[in-house]
Ligand binder design. Structure first.
Ligand SMILES: [Zn+2]
Length: 314
């Protein structure tokens, strides 16, 4: 009993990793996500991939401690995945379904952003802390809170969902969640581009962004770093909202460290410093020395966190 699999179910691919308790991640790979109205087909693909890996490595199923899964939707404390819109599922007790199809027990599941936070907590940038808040800036804005070594899931699986905290009650455009004025509408990769386009339209100042056929969040941060006025205005605006939302979350969870991850976090220390400054403007003075860091595990945070769910359970 010394191995486990970490499985991170995404909208287009499923990331998979074989872990050993002693040596950590041994092998990782991806398979395509099969969408459907229920998880049966997808879980069969996962089962096949696991069988194949075990066969190749010569590992008997009995030596598995379990399988951890990160799922793209809210997961309640009792293990119910409350819908996964991106892949077409409604409410499902995913761990129970997976146990039946994979023939492996236990299966431990969590929301993908929360599990990624748990990965950073166990193996990454939060390794030496007791609590953390992680915010993931990608296509959307994910979040996760780890308190006392546990994922904070909450009654409805919503705890940590910082991307959908309202930071502008006057927004007229709807968020993907149907609400208006969510942090995600400004601080996700697409949100940042939307903000940049608004600033470009409102001004006739020259900007390198105007020469681009299609602006990406990376362009915004790259041009901000070299002093492009509109790009910098966008970066500051977005950072201000992020800092504010993080401060609000810290008034509730007050974690030891705040981690920023996701594709956009590749803007690095430049982004981190701006967000931290905005955080400090919005929090009690005695909380201003809070540690901020960039997440370390990048795209693997989900499989690491999923494996940590299993190894922690033992
Ligand atoms: Zn929203």
């Amino acid at each position: 009993m010394e191995y486990c699999f970490g499985v991170d179910i995404g909208g287009t691919t499923i990331k998979m990793g074989l872990f050993s308790r002693k040596d950590g991640l041994l092998e990782k790979w991806e398979i395509p996500t099969r969408k459907g109205t229920n998880p049966t087909a997808l879980l069969k693909d996962v089962a096949l991939a696991i069988e194949k890996c075990l066969l190749e490595k010569g590992i008997k199923k009995e030596r598995l401690e379990g399988v951890g899964m990160a799922a793209p939707g809210p997961v309640t404390e009792d293990g119910c995945l409350r819908g996964a819109i991106n892949i077409g599922w409604g409410d499902v007790f995913l761990a129970d379904e997976a146990e039946k199809i994979l023939g492996i027990s236990p299966i431990l599941i969590g929301n993908d952003a929360r599990v990624a936070a748990f990965g950073e907590y166990t193996f990454g940038a939060g390794k030496d802390t007791n609590s953390l808040l992680m915010i993931t800036l990608g296509t959307g804005v994910g979040g996760g809170v780890i308190l006392n070594g546990q994922i904070l899931a909450g009654k409805t699986g919503t705890a940590g969902e910082i991307g959908h905290t309202t930071i502008n009650p006057f927004e007229t455009q709807p968020c993907n969640c149907g609400k208006k004025g969510c942090l995600e509408q400004y601080a996700s990769a697409t949100g940042m581009v939307r903000v940049a386009q608004k600033f470009l339209k409102e001004s006739d100042k020259p900007s390198m962004l105007r020469q681009l056929e299609q602006i990406t969040a990376k362009d915004v941060w790259d041009k901000a770093k070299v002093g492009d006025e509109i790009a910098l205005q966008t970066a500051q605006y977005v950072s201000r909202l992020l800092g504010m939302a993080i401060a609000n979350a810290c008034y509730i969870a007050d974690p030891e460290i705040v981690l920023i991850g996701g594709g956009v976090s590749q803007a690095g220390e430049f982004l981190l410093t701006m967000v931290q400054e905005a955080y400090c403007e919005n929090i009690y003075s005695h909380c201003r020395d809070k540690k901020f860091a960039l997440a370390k595990l990048r795209n693997d945070a989900g499989i690491y966190g999923a494996a940590a769910l299993v190894f922690q359970k033992k």
